[in-house]
Design a protein around this ligand. Structure first.
Ligand code: ZN
Length: 68
């Protein structure tokens, strides 16, 4: 089961819950104040999404012609 981050609008608490994928958008109680005024935070599950993505494209491709 994936982890989802939630933010409580009532007390401002941010917490992480382990839930099923189909339950991710269902309301959840804040563990701090018990409020249901929570919303899911959008988190990026793709690792390495941020940072230097230096893809070396050293293929000359077309353009280095001249063979005649
Ligand atoms: Zn709360």
């Amino acid at each position: 089961m994936p982890l989802f981050d939630y933010h409580c609008d009532q007390c401002g608490q941010t917490f992480t819950e382990l839930r099923k994928g189909e339950q991710k958008d269902q309301p959840i109680d804040c563990p701090s104040c018990g409020s249901t005024q929570t919303q899911r935070l959008v988190t990026s599950f793709a690792l390495g999404g941020q940072g230097g993505s230096t893809s070396k494209t050293a293929s000359p491709g077309c353009g280095s012609g001249g063979f005649s």
